[in-house]
Design a protein. Structure first.
Ligand code: NAD
Ligand code: UDP
Ligand code: UDP
Length: 350
């Protein structure tokens, strides 16, 4: 394996210290599990930019080598193809634990693979998280887990505050994801209390941007791909359910502030701008194709009716809030999707 740069800098100089973000300093050694995925790869870009040495551990289940290929050859970057369900020995200062088969198609829409997916979700969230916590404990690294707004289930409180315990159906079609993440939070707090591990918990709300999986079934990627391919936008149910969409760079900034800050959390990281799915469809029409048709489809079971983060805690304690509204962020994602769907040449010709 590659010898990380600055191995001589003891973790204690930074971990738990008060080094402000962006300050010039010797790099940390940072592990990003799931670093070849959508969010992870953007985080890796920022960490390397900052001067850290980054190790990505990813089994490429939903991630892609393409997302990090621009770092191949950088001596501060290393990618290990590995499943976090298996133990691993590494030496780092910080662990961002993102690994999780995150796209809904993998648990909602493929009846044949449901049992297998269920297994993947629980194994990754429970055994995978346990292994990464065990690793963090052994090497005394700070550990950040990316949990999700799904822990609130179909919320009875609106907007959702971190103190809300949620409304999750334990036996529903999406429970393996919700309960998997809830368990991952539980394990994280148990290691914090029981082993004195320094931990951070982020609850991420719907996030979009370049490098998102094109066919993963999430609403923003579906609508954008559909509009580009001149297919109708598929609105599930009556389209009046709401979500709040965050641009990926805002999330990455929030994750790094959380890791560097003094507070365990959990912290909601999301954009409070709330849209119905019909309003989202309108933004996509305005951005890509005003003539794009809308087609209504049956909704999935247990679909949360409303979702919007209360981000007071992150504002106060992390000095963070999102900067990019949907109408500004969407075009950036569309450029990336256009390239990936049609290739560079057709984009130039268009
Ligand atoms: P993603 O699917 O693009 O990234 C997840 C990565 O984890 C992929 O690269 C995948 O190959 C890898 N992975 C999955 N199982 C693994 C395993 N067992 N071992 C090693 N690697 C494994 O998804 P994303 O949107 O980038 O999500 C990143 C994290 O953020 C996830 O934990 C997800 O639950 C959380 N999150 C994302 C959103 C969102 O809207 N994108 C919302 C809430 C929470
Ligand atoms: N683990 C790991 N890498 C390490 C240390 C631990 O993958 O460097 C795994 C280990 O295999 C175990 C899990 O993390 O399955 C939890 O480890 P811990 O030491 O907390 O628990 P124990 O092994 O004592 O049950
Ligand atoms: N949705 C939709 N059309 C699609 C995909 C999803 O209307 O093509 C709806 C879905 O029913 C849900 C919302 O969009 O109400 C967000 O779905 P997504 O899977 O993106 O995220 P999550 O449900 O996990 O918030």
């Amino acid at each position: 394996s590659v010898e990380p740069a600055h191995r001589d800098v003891p973790a204690r100089h930074f971990v738990g210290g008060k080094v402000p973000l962006g300050l010039k300093r010797k790099g940390l050694r940072v592990l990003v599990t799931g670093g070849a995925g959508f969010v992870g790869s953007h985080l890796v870009d920022r960490l390397l930019e900052r001067g850290d040495s980054v190790i990505v551990v990813d089994n490429l289940f939903t991630g892609r080598k393409d997302n990090v290929v621009h770092h191949f050859g950088n001596p501060n970057f290393e990618m290990i193809r590995h499943d976090v369900v298996e133990p691993i020995l590494l030496e780092v200062d910080q662990i961002y634990h993102l690994a999780c088969p995150a796209s809904p198609v993998h648990y909602k829409y493929n009846p044949i693979k449901t049992i297998i997916s269920f297994f993947f979700f629980l194994m990754t969230n429970v055994v995978g998280t346990l292994n990464m916590l065990g690793l963090a404990k052994r090497i005394n690294a700070r550990f950040l887990i990316t949990s999700t707004s799904e822990v609130y289930g179909d919320p009875l409180q609106h907007p959702q505050v971190e103190t809300y315990w949620g409304n999750v159906n334990p036996i529903g079609v999406r429970s393996c994801y919700d309960e998997g993440k809830r368990t991952a939070e539980t394990l994280t707090m148990d290691y914090h209390r029981g082993a004195n591990l320094e931990v951070r918990i982020a609850r991420i709300f719907n996030t979009y941007g370049p490098r998102m999986c094109i066919d993963d079934g999430r609403v923003v990627s579906n609508f954008v791909a559909q509009a580009l391919r001149k297919e109708p936008l598929t609105v599930y149910g009556d389209g009046k359910q709401t979500r709040s969409f965050q641009y990926v760079s805002d999330l990455v900034e929030g994750l790094m502030r959380l890791m560097e800050g003094e507070h365990v959390g959990p912290f909601n990281l999301g954009n409070p701008g709330e849209f119905t799915m019909l309003e989202l469809a309108k933004v996509v029409q305005d951005t890509i194709d005003p003539n794009a048709k809308i087609e209504f489809r049956e909704n999935t079971q247990d679909d949360p009716h409303k979702r919007k983060p209360d981000i007071t805690r992150a504002k106060e304690l992390l000095g963070w809030e999102p900067k990019i509204p949907l109408r500004e962020g969407l075009p950036l994602m569309v450029t990336d999707f256009r390239k990936r769907i049609f290739g560079d040449q057709d984009v130039a010709a268009a």
